[in-house]
Design a protein around this ligand. Structure first.
Ligand SMILES: Cc1ncc(COP(=O)(O)O)c(C=O)c1O
Length: 460
């Protein structure tokens, strides 16, 4: 008989299959067990304190100890811990949240539909877009356009839109008709001699040529994150969204703005769509909407999307879609309180302000031998590490340099995440100026430690 595992780390290794983790390696290295949080910091069970520079998963906008969210959840738990919105039923928090979201949207929206995760919001958007096409008598209009390095989730349908290799390899993706275009990352994808403007024009041409090749009548929608997050914090090339939207309008193709990361202040405006002047037909929302204290997500649809769906549900007798937990009263109460706090405390303007300080501080490290590119907008940024600036390359295996630097950063008391060789910074919206400075100082130290640990001659 095997001995009962006793330490919490041993039990984690024994019983827990982790997300986005090498399952075999986990048996060797075990977990970092986070025990509690305070403001922008979390503490592990060894007593180490970390700046949570990713706000969890780009999501804990209000930090890890907002009592008002605890109180809002407690009040709602005591009053009505659960109800749903199937078959004409409703409840106060979901009604209030739908009203709030539709009315705060940066473009005219008609209805909010509630889900539990970003992936479910994206899946729902795909299903509603297909349902709408059938309602309009256009059953051939089913293809979806996305960009390389997109992240839209991991359910069967949303992972087909996600365009990162690890989300596809060995998973037998079964959703057909997903068209992938070039990632709008000028530094990585721009051709020699091409200006940023020319790059954006080339990508818009690629979009138009793809639409014409496939047949405009077969294209249902274009899905895009205003800033691509998990693909490495890709701030799109200047002029990109304007040119892309002109093409989508020309061929009457729906635009879905995946605001799961960008929404609720991250890019220095309430929505990423405002930062890049995007006019979406559908917006997907999650993460900072409830500061991730409880799972909550939603999509907003405009009249152009809603009206055919309404007619089709009437023809069939029901809209045959919905989740048990969608619009959960406790999660909705927490989301409402989160949005109230963001508005009352002016956290969007605050994020723009401290974000500028963070990005300027990172930019000042551009001369460091390991820094290839610093990019970002608002309070989201990434530093792409290289060992060869001219070739824009890291160590032999992609991601190795990023992994080494990320480990150094954790030793310096900062939790970041390396996406390939890019380290991301997406701290809670409440981060102060002095906390930004602390983060920058620790990052500078981690960069130097990474450099020192490389064999002589590695850096070109
Ligand atoms: C832009 C975007 N869309 C969708 C998702 C999927 O969200 P979830 O992990 O809640 O399913 C994510 C998650 O990181 C995301 O960043």
């Amino acid at each position: 008989m095997t001995a009962l595992p006793n330490s919490i780390e041993a039990r984690d290794k024994a019983f827990h299959l982790h997300s986005y983790t090498n399952a075999k390696r986990h048996l060797e290295v075990g977990p970092t067990v986070i025990e509690r949080g305070e403001g922008i910091h979390v503490f592990d069970n060894q007593g180490n304190r970390y700046i949570e520079a990713m706000a969890g998963l780009w999501s804990v906008g209000l930090g890890f100890s907002e009592q008002r969210l605890v109180d809002a959840a407690t009040r709602q738990m005591q009053k009505l811990p659960y109800y749903h919105n199937f078959t004409h039923r409703s409840h106060g928090p979901v009604i209030e949240l739908a009203d709030k979201l539709v009315n705060m949207a940066p473009v005219p929206m008609s209805k909010a539909f509630f889900t539990n995760s970003g992936s479910e919001a994206i899946d729902t958007a795909i299903k509603l877009i297909w349902y709408r096409a059938n309602a309009l008598g256009e059953p051939q209009r089913k293809k979806i356009i996305v960009r390389n390095r997109a992240y839209h989730g991991v359910t069967i349908a949303s992972s087909a839109l996600t365009s990162l290799p690890a989300n596809h390899t060995s998973f037998d993706l079964i959703v057909p008709n997903v068209l992938r275009l070039t990632c709008p990352h000028y530094w990585r994808e721009g051709q020699p001699g091409e200006t940023e403007e020319q790059f954006a024009t080339r990508l818009a041409d690629e979009l138009e040529q793809t639409i014409l090749r496939e047949g405009p009548e077969t294209i249902a929608a274009f899905f895009g994150e205003p800033v691509q997050g998990a693909g490495g914090v890709v701030v799109p090339a200047r002029g990109y969204w304007e040119k892309v939207q002109a093409i989508l309008r020309k061929y009457d193709i729906l635009l879905v703005a995946d605001e799961v990361i960008c929404g609720f202040g991250r890019t220095g405006n309430m929505f990423g769509s405002q930062t890049f002047d995007i006019q979406p037909d559908i917006m997907t929302l999650s993460k900072q909407m409830s500061s991730s204290y409880l799972p909550s997500s939603a999509l907003l649809i405009n009249d152009k999307v809603f009206e055919p769906i309404m007619a089709e549900s009437d023809r069939i007798g029901t809209l045959g879609h919905g989740y048990t937990g969608g619009g959960h009263p406790v999660a909705s109460a927490v989301a409402l309180e989160t949005i109230r706090i963001i508005e009352e405390e002016n956290l969007v303007a605050h994020a723009a302000h401290v974000g500028e300080r963070l990005r300027n501080g990172l930019k000042a490290l551009e001369a460091h031998p390991l820094v290839g590119e610093v990019r970002g907008v608002g309070l989201i940024a990434a530093v792409e590490l290289v060992t060869d600036k001219a070739a824009k390359k890291g160590l032999d295996a992609p991601g190795k340099l990023g992994g080494l630097a990320n480990a150094q950063l954790q030793s310096a008391g900062v939790i970041s995440r390396n996406m390939g060789d890019a380290l991301a910074f997406c701290p809670p919206l409440i981060i102060t100026e002095s906390e930004v400075d602390d983060l920058l100082e620790r990052f500078g130290r981690a960069l130097n430690a990474t450099l020192e640990a490389l064999p002589a001659g590695t850096v070109k």
